[in-house]
Design a protein around this ligand. Structure first.
Ligand code: M1P
Length: 250
């Protein structure tokens, strides 16, 4: 194992990013950086974020690949160990062009038929690990986002859309997640944060801790937080993360 210089090389501590290591959408504090630096001397550390690596570089710093033993972006679809890239996976490779084409045509057709007060642009966003579908479009302004959210609450546009997709593509093995204001995500079932655990399966860790703020049912930390392979810690802020780390490891 490449971690033998640590005090507890068989303990892995994984962190969600937003709300756990940093305030939501903001950058890491000098205090958190220092705590992680000291923690890294004791155990193996990594983050598991839902966004892409570029977003994590913005939040955790330019040296993120050097500061963590494991970096898992897009729930581990993009993964690094000690700065070296591990095998990656993508939505399109997994689903294949034919099936994706059928799905995309159906979504675009359904979107075109919807009665909506406003439409903007980018209704179907193609990402590495998922697609994101937005009836109003991802170019909506903040005000337009708020309007759509209210309209959707009253008219259940997204909820009905997801149900139609589940009925139309029952054998596709997809999960639909309404996590934000104006859209929903579509990704292969199982490609939540537990996806990252396959990268460490053969490393012989005896304890894998996970810290996350969205560990409640429906939150995007829920699956990894409740996974039998991890010891889950629910936190409510980066300060809470530091508090628990100090109790457990210092
Ligand atoms: O993090 C929750 C969601 O945030 C955005 O959703 P929306 O644009 O609808 O507010 C998107 O990035 C979405 O993919 C993500 O799940």
């Amino acid at each position: 194992m490449s971690f033998s210089h640590k005090q507890n090389p068989k303990t892995l501590v994984l962190f969600d990013v937003d709300g756990t290591l940093t305030p939501a959408r903001l950058t890491i504090s000098p205090e958190m950086k220092q705590v992680l630096k000291e923690l890294r001397e004791k155990v193996v550390i990594g983050f598991v974020g839902g966004s892409d690596l570029q977003k994590q570089v913005e939040q955790l710093g330019d040296s993120v690949l050097q500061d963590f033993d494991y970096c898992f972006s897009e729930n581990g679809l993009t993964a690094y160990k000690l700065g070296e890239k591990l095998a990656s996976q993508s939505f399109i490779n997994w689903i294949g062009e034919d099936k994706y084409n059928k799905l995309a045509r159906f979504i675009l057709g359904y979107l075109a038929q919807l009665e909506l007060p406003k439409r903007r642009g980018t209704f179907l966003e193609f990402r590495n690990g998922m697609i994101n579908v937005s009836p109003i479009g991802r170019n909506a302004s903040t005000e337009e986002r708020n309007e759509f959210e209210k309209f959707d609450l009253e008219n259940k546009i997204r909820e009905k859309f997801v149900q139609v997709l589940k009925d139309e593509f029952p054998d596709y093995g997809l999960t639909y997640s309404i996590g934000g204001q104006i859209s929903f995500d579509v990704f292969p079932t199982g490609w939540d944060k537990t996806y990252a655990l396959q990268h460490v399966e053969k490393e012989g860790f005896t304890e894998i801790h996970f810290f996350g703020d969205k560990s409640y049912k429906g939150g995007n930390d829920y699956e990894i937080y409740t996974d039998p392979r991890t010891i889950g810690h629910a936190v409510n802020s980066p300060d809470d993360t530091i508090r628990i780390l100090k109790e457990l490891f210092f």
